[in-house]
Design a protein around this ligand. Structure first.
Ligand code: TNX
Length: 628
């Protein structure tokens, strides 16, 4: 429940302040059309932002799915690799390590983000992935899927065939082995990695653990491994062993597809980004005042009418049921759970514009393309509203295999607190009827407890007795403190896009908090995890999304995954520095945070579509020794 704004301490916590007060005190937020003098607004903001950002970023939409499909191969399908002798001068297509001068291994075993739990480097045990390497995997179908994914990640840059073979077969050559093992200590997502000069072995108790281990292998290879086309490189992995598992089970990011719509390819690419950093939840903010983005068969005008707009007046869009299924399936293959949000009872202007019967005055309003918040709500006193909620949530639940349904609950400033609590309690029961567990923004805290419910906390001061009380009554929390985890906040005053109502969030600020100890009177065991939300009032393209999430999302990922004992800013910035060239090779736009000693730019590999951000980074800053 939003508490009285007059009781707010300084600095203003907008998570508890009415919208009008927010814009009045934070004039950077474009105002509601009702408020005179506040309408350079959305379209202009978005256009200016795009113009200003154009120089800094531009990246093509690409996901693993867009890469040319390589046929699934086994060792048996392969042409025999010629054994070369000194007199054999026949040309070969893909370069092999033998063709290259020996380069020092630039990546060290501990150079992984998020920092692994335990790293034991072994000198002189480096492994080189050569053209004859295979990926060996046990018979389990899900494990084979991971092996295929790893092969697909490594083939484009190496040019190696990397056939996936049965682990039971005798090892034809050095390679990478994936093994499912019985292990209590690795948990549901942990893995063990061993690199010796003879090969690489990933062990885990689950396919998810193998998948996260594969992401670590990817990061231990040279940055050029991210190139979509073959690169002449010595593909060395540093020797030693890693044992790793996450601190929190819920590690996520949110994409607001309501303020600006992002099509399926963009969302798939964001899922790829999550997977790189071992994040396992994608929260989709599917509905808001400016757009309803998911087709609902029982209420078709929601998407058809409510989806046909966005901030600034663009055409918007929505996901068909098949689009949404494709997103969910793509995420599931990467061990990412989709958390769909239908924001209720506020943030519902788009729904009202499609169905006036839901509005308190029963009149469908015209579409809204501005960026104010807190003015709309479905009528909480009408039974028709609850039919709408039940129909929509049942359809979304049927399309969503994951356990969570997010009902929003934020900024319903026009609904009286007691009516609001009654509404939330009914909505919570409707979610329970679908067999799912309810998630809501922390404003739902005052409502009665519902089995398993999760509050997503987005305040800016760690002292929140109302949330602490809900936790006492059984709620768990996902932490998204707006002044640390909000990816729509600007990095610096001159960041061309984003907000600053929760402050500027540079990389140190994104990294510098402890989810286990952030909220007063909320014990670490009530913290399910962390999530970084990206609101998109001013964010209009995939390149802008990437610019806002890189490098802050990896910081959040480390807070969610790594044991607190590894938390170390100097180590983090040193490890992260090596990711700049990876992003460049992968064509990912990013902000060159001045606090990071990015390596001096090397040209992008041949064939890379990357447009290198031109913002200068600091030259030749000493790289601090990574923690491992
Ligand atoms: C607050 S955080 C909101 C969103 C805005 C965001 C902008 C939350 C639950 N609500 O509606 O997009 O601020 O930063």
């Amino acid at each position: 429940m939003p508490t009285a704004p007059t009781a707010d301490p300084e600095p203003l916590d907008p998570s508890r302040a009415p919208a009008n007060e927010r814009s009045a005190r934070h004039p950077d937020l474009p105002g509601h059309p009702d408020l005179p003098g506040h309408e350079p607004a959305a379209a202009e903001l978005a256009r200016a932002a795009t113009r200003a950002a154009d120089d800094l970023l531009a990246a093509p939409a690409r996901t693993a799915e867009d890469l040319p499909a390589l046929p699934a191969r086994t060792a048996d399908d392969l042409p025999a690799l010629p054994t070369r002798t000194a007199d054999d001068q026949s040309p070969r297509l893909a370069p092999t390590a033998d063709d290259l001068p020996t380069l020092p291994a630039r990546t060290r075993l501990g150079d992984v983000v998020p920092a692994p739990e335990r790293v034991t480097p072994v000198p002189d045990a480096d492994f080189v992935l050569t053209a004859d390497a295979v990926i060996r995997v046990s018979a389990d179908a899900a494990a084979r899927t991971v092996a295929g994914q790893l092969a697909a990640l490594l083939r484009p840059a190496t040019g190696h065939p990397l056939p996936v073979t049965d682990a039971a077969r005798p090892d034809p050559a050095g390679g990478i082995t994936l093994a499912l093992v019985d292990s209590d200590d690795l948990g549901r997502e942990g893995y063990r990695l061993e690199v010796t000069s003879d090969g690489v072995r990933i062990e885990a108790a689950t396919p998810a653990g193998l998948f996260f281990g594969a992401q670590t292998v990817r990061q231990l290879l040279p940055p050029a491994i991210e190139s979509p086309t073959p690169v002449a490189e010595r593909w060395t992995l540093p020797g030693g062993s890693i044992t790793d598992r996450p601190r929190f089970p819920y590690r996520g990011a949110m994409l607001d597809v309501a303020r600006h719509f992002f099509g399926v390819p963009d969302v798939l690419r964001v899922i790829d980004h999550l997977a790189r950093y071992k994040l396992n939840h994608l929260h989709l903010h599917l509905t808001d005042d400016q757009g309803w983005r998911i087709a609902v068969d029982s209420w078709p005008r929601l998407a058809e009418v409510g989806g046909a707009n966005e901030v600034g007046g663009g055409p918007g869009g929505h996901y068909t049921r098949d689009d949404y299924r494709r997103i969910v399936a793509y995420a599931a293959e990467r061990h990412v759970t989709v958390v769909p949000e239908i924001d209720l009872p506020g943030h519902t202007h788009a729904a009202l514009s499609a169905y006036g019967e839901l509005a308190p005055d029963r009149v469908a309003p015209p579409p809204y393309t501005g960026t104010e918040v807190g003015f709309s709500y479905v009528d909480p006193t009408s039974e028709r509203t609850y039919e709408f909620v039940a129909d929509v949530l049942a359809e979304i639940a049927a399309l969503t295999p994951g356990p969570w349904l997010h009902i929003g609950g934020d900024e319903a400033f026009k609904v009286r607190p007691d009516t609001y609590a009654d509404f939330v309690e009914r909505a919570q029961r409707i979610v329970a009827d679908t067999g799912r567990t309810v998630v809501g923004w922390h404003q739902i805290a005052p409502a009665a407890h519902a089995e398993g419910r999760v509050l997503q906390w987005w305040g800016t001061t760690g002292d929140d007795p109302v949330t602490a009380d809900a936790v006492q009554r059984g709620a768990r929390v996902v932490l998204s403190p707006a002044n640390h985890a909000y990816l729509d906040m600007k990095y610096a005053p001159d960041t061309p896009i984003g907000h600053d109502w929760a402050g500027l969030i540079d990389l140190p600020r994104a990294y510098d908090w402890d989810p286990g100890a952030h909220l007063t009177d909320v014990p670490a065991d009530a913290v399910l995890g962390v999530e970084a939300p990206l609101w998109t009032e001013s964010i209009t393209s995939l390149a802008e999304v990437e610019f806002m999430i890189f490098p802050r999302l990896p910081a959040l990922a480390e807070l969610g995954w790594s044991p607190r004992a590894t938390h170390d800013w100097a180590g983090f910035r040193g490890r992260l520095a090596g990711h700049g060239p990876r992003w460049t090779a992968a064509g990912i736009a990013f902000h060159r945070s001045p606090e990071v000693p990015w390596p001096a730019g090397r040209p992008a590999p041949a064939g890379s579509p990357a447009t290198i951000p031109t913002q200068p980074g600091p030259e030749e800053v000493a790289v601090p020794t990574p923690s491992a």
